[in-house]
Design a protein around this ligand. Structure first.
Ligand code: BG6
Ligand code: MG
Length: 216
């Protein structure tokens, strides 16, 4: 029996991957590095500084910058990204998510957000669903990023259940690995690539019934 739900944000609740991509692509171009959408897949679920590192490695420039310079570059990317987020509205919720969330709330299933994004609270407010969640893990307090299970363990703790009692929802392979590593049931929300190891794979969350998930 499951007792609570733990959601990733980008790619599960809303599709901000394209906005991350615009901001990273512009920053990379400034550094004479060209990235495309295929490369962008590797940045899904990966934290801000790690994403920058991957871009620099991809462009063969990881040794060209000090840590302080890298921090400035990451800040610049974030400034641009936050500008792009200003236009977000509830229309940007992914199809099927709100129907599923409403059904979970009606059944009083505790719900948490486990996102690597430091912008998660802001995004959830723009989407007008911030108050629907019982907990949002602050990624600044974590020691390891996905695929480490730390963020999912913390999310389960925050809603007072064990990882084994939770269902985790993810669109990134690194996230599915983290969910499975702590014994949660994994729902893979697939957009482009198949998600290996997921216990269930769907295109949109309203394909699922809350009751049948709670029975898992
Ligand atoms: C994840 C995204 O949710 O958050 C990554 O999938 C992103 O692409 C990461 O890099 C960190 O986001 P932010 O908003 O803190 O830069
Ligand atoms: Mg995601």
């Amino acid at each position: 029996m499951k007792k609570g739900f733990v959601f990733d944000l980008d790619g599960v609740i809303t599709d901000t991957a394209k906005l991350h991509f615009i901001a990273w692509k512009d920053l990379a171009a400034m550094l004479d590095i060209e990235i495309d959408l295929t490369f962008n897949e590797q940045l899904k679920g990966v934290g801000r500084m790690d994403s920058l590192e991957r871009i620099l490695v991809y462009g063969g420039k990881e040794k060209d910058f000090s840590l302080a310079q890298k921090e400035t570059l990451a800040e610049e990317k974030n400034k641009h990204y936050v500008e792009l987020l200003q236009d977000l509205t509830p229309q940007d919720l992914l199809p099927g998510f709100k129907t599923f969330l409403d059904s979970a709330k009606k059944k009083q299933v505790p719900c948490a957000v486990a996102s690597a994004s430091k912008n998660a609270p802001f995004i959830l407010k723009k989407l007008e669903i911030f108050d629907e969640f019982d907990a949002i893990v602050d990624p600044a307090t974590l020691t390891k990023g996905k695929p480490d299970p730390e963020i999912f363990i913390r999310a389960a703790q925050a809603i007072h259940i064990t990882p084994e009692e939770a269902v985790g929802f993810e669109d990134a392979q690194a996230g599915i690995e983290g969910i499975k590593a702590c014994g949660m049931f994994a729902v893979g929300v697939e957009t482009t690539e198949p998600l290996y190891q997921a216990d269930l794979r769907v295109k949109r969350l309203d394909e699922l019934s809350v009751d049948s998930l709670l029975q898992k």
